[in-house]
Write a protein that binds this ligand. Structure first.
Ligand code: SAM
Length: 276
C-alpha cells in the first residue's frame, strides 16, 4: 500500500463548508495531524468521524513531527493534515511537512476548500485577477516598515491577515504609506453569524474600526497602487545616474526600461540625446 500526506481544508466558521471528500479522507486516514486536538476533535465529532487518531502538529513541534509523520507515510500510512480553520500551510502549519514529504519522495495530495484569504478577496469587490498574499505583517521594526512599503507600491490587490486587536493599528499604518483614499475591504467573520464586509477608502476604514468594539476574525484587502506613467524627466534622471556611474549604455537602457516600464526605444532615444 502506498502511503501519502493529504492536506485537508476545513471550515473557517460554517461547519457546512466541510466537503464530502474532506469527510471521506479524514475518516479513512491512519493519522490526522492537527494544530489543536481539542478543536479538531469537535470538528470530527460534528462530522460523525471517530477522533481517535489525532496527533498535534503546530509551529512549536512541526520540525520533529514532520519527520515522524513522513516516515509513517513512507511506511504506507495515510496522513491527513488539518489546521484549526481553512487551508493548512496558509499562515498555518503544514509547509514544513510538505517540504519533508517532497524531499522523501512521499506523495502529497490536497483536498481543497475554505481559505479566508480567497474568500475575502472574492467578496472584496477589488480586482481579483492578479493579487498578492502577504499573510500577517511583521509586528514591528524595519521588517514591518519594509513590508508596508511593499504593500503601498504593489499594483495588484494585496490580501493581509490580522488579529482583531491589531487591525486598527495596521489600518492606521496603511493610511500612512498608501494614503487616505486607497480602496480597502475589511472582511470580518466570514461564513459566521456576524459576517460583514466593509468597503471604502482607507481613512474611513480607520474610523469604522475605531467607532466600534470590533471582535472576530478579519482579513484586510488593499486595492493596488495606481500605476504612474514615467515622464521624460524620470527617464533622463534614471539614465543619467547609471551613465555617470559607468554603466554601459545598453545595460542602462535595459535597466531603466524595466524599472520605469517604458519602451526600450524611448529610453534609447533619451540615451542618444544625453550622450550626444
Ligand atoms: N489557514 C487559514 C486559512 O486558509 O483561512 C488561515 C489561518 S490564519 C492563522 C488566521 C487568520 O485568517 C485570522 O487572523 C484572520 O485574518 C483570517 N480568518 C480566519 N477565519 C476567518 C473568518 N471566518 N473571517 C475573516 N477572517 C478569517
Amino acid at each position: 500500500m502506498t502511503g501519502k500526506v493529504v492536506l485537508v481544508a476545513t471550515p473557517i466558521g460554517n461547519l457546512g463548508d466541510l466537503s464530502p471528500r474532506a469527510v471521506e479522507v479524514l475518516a479513512a486516514a491512519d493519522v490526522i495531524a492537527c494544530e489543536d486536538t481539542r478543536h479538531t476533535r469537535k470538528l470530527l465529532t460534528a462530522a460523525g468521524i471517530s477522533p481517535h487518531r489525532l496527533v498535534a502538529l503546530h509551529e512549536h513541534n512541526e520540525r520533529e513531527q514532520a519527520e515522524r509523520l513522513v516516515a509513517r507515510a513512507a511506511a504506507g500510512e495515510s496522513i491527513a493534515v488539518v489546521s484549526d480553520a481553512g487551508t493548512p500551510a496558509i499562515s498555518d502549519p503544514g509547509e514544513r511537512l510538505v517540504d519533508v514529504a517532497v524531499r522523501e519522495g512521499v506523495v502529497v495530495e490536497v483536498v481543497p476548500g475554505p481559505s479566508a484569504a480567497i474568500a475575502a478577496l472574492v467578496v472584496s469587490g477589488l480586482p481579483a485577477a492578479r493579487f498578492c498574499f502577504e499573510g500577517f505583517l511583521p509586528r514591528k521594526g524595519r521588517d514591518r516598515a519594509d513590508r508596508l512599503a511593499a504593500v503601498a507600491a504593489e499594483e495588484r490587490t494585496t490580501v493581509l491577515f490580522e488579529s482583531p486587536h491589531r487591525v486598527g493599528d495596521t489600518l492606521a499604518d496603511l493610511v500612512e504609506v498608501c494614503g487616505p483614499t486607497r480602496r480597502v475591504a475589511l472582511a470580518r467573520e466570514l461564513t459566521k453569524l456576524y459576517e460583514e464586509v466593509w468597503r471604502g477608502p482607507l481613512a474611513e476604514a480607520v474610523d469604522w474600526v475605531d467607532g466600534r468594539a470590533v471582535r472576530g476574525e478579519f482579513v484586510i484587502v488593499v486595492g493596488g497602487a495606481e500605476r504612474v506613467a514615467a515622464g521624460e524627466a524620470d527617464v533622463d534622471d534614471a539614465l543619467a545616474l547609471r551613465l555617470a556611474a559607468g554603466v554601459d549604455t545598453k545595460t542602462a537602457v535595459a535597466e531603466v526600461a524595466a524599472e520605469l516600464r517604458v519602451p526600450k526605444r524611448q529610453v534609447y532615444a533619451a540615451a542618444l540625446r544625453l550622450t550626444r
